[in-house]
Design a protein around this ligand. Structure first.
Ligand code: S3P
Length: 204
């Protein structure tokens, strides 16, 4: 009886400390990877870096990891090998190219689009979707030249089309966190709250 009581107290303490997990905390579910998904320009990398700092997790950006492995920028991969080859590299990165625990991964905007990718990500960790209205995304992306899908005559039209095509899919990925007109610390606190809740039941 005494032992059972002790066990119950210890378990509830462990649960509480996991629920409050932050920097350097080690407990099974709180080792679960976090995948940030969402459209280009929604702030996945900025938020991801901040959350990684706060949790002590490693930060990885799928585009940068692929660029490092291939030794060339994403835009060059698109022109030389085509988009399907790039999508296969994204799949390879998720399947075999990163540690299974304690990572915050910023996923390229199209990574969840090919069939099966969302399910694959779900089997690897918690998914949170960064969200911003199309007008904000237009402002954030219009002057950057590194995104191959926007190297077209009318990038605004292309963005609007892609946004419309993918909106429904992003909504199905996971909890959506708005990144528009909010300070970074508030966004990362929101992401951490969702992560803790969802990591606690991951794999159960
Ligand atoms: C893409 C988004 C990009 C990059 C590639 C394709 C997409 O990543 O992976 O240009 O299909 O939405 P970001 O979302 O980090 O810009």
């Amino acid at each position: 009886m005494r032992e059972a009581f002790f066990l119950a107290v210890t378990q509830s303490r462990a649960k509480r400390s996991c629920a409050g997990a932050g920097r350097g905390v080690r407990c099974a579910q709180m080792d679960t990877n976090l995948y940030l998904v969402g459209f280009m320009g929604t702030g996945k990398s900025t938020v991801g870096r901040q959350v990684a700092r706060q949790t002590g997790f490693d930060f990885l950006d799928s585009d940068h990891e692929i660029e490092r492995k291939q030794g060339k920028p994403v835009s060059q991969i698109f022109t030389e090998q085509g988009e399907p080859a790039f999508r296969a590299m994204e799949r390879e990165f998720i399947e075999h190219g990163h540690p299974a625990k304690r990572c915050v991964v910023s996923c390229g905007g199209g990574l969840v689009v090919p069939p099966g990718m969302l399910e694959l990500l779900r089997s690897r960790g918690v998914i949170i979707c960064m969200h911003a209205p199309i007008e904000t995304i237009l402002q954030r992306t219009m002057h950057a030249s590194h995104r191959p899908l926007l190297q077209v005559e009318n990038p605004e039209q292309r963005l609007r089309e892609l946004y419309a095509q993918r909106e429904e899919l992003y909504r199905r990925t996971g909890t959506m966190v708005l990144t528009d007109k909010r300070p970074l610390r508030e966004i990362s606190a929101h992401v951490l709250r969702v992560y803790r809740q969802e990591a606690a039941s991951f794999g159960k």
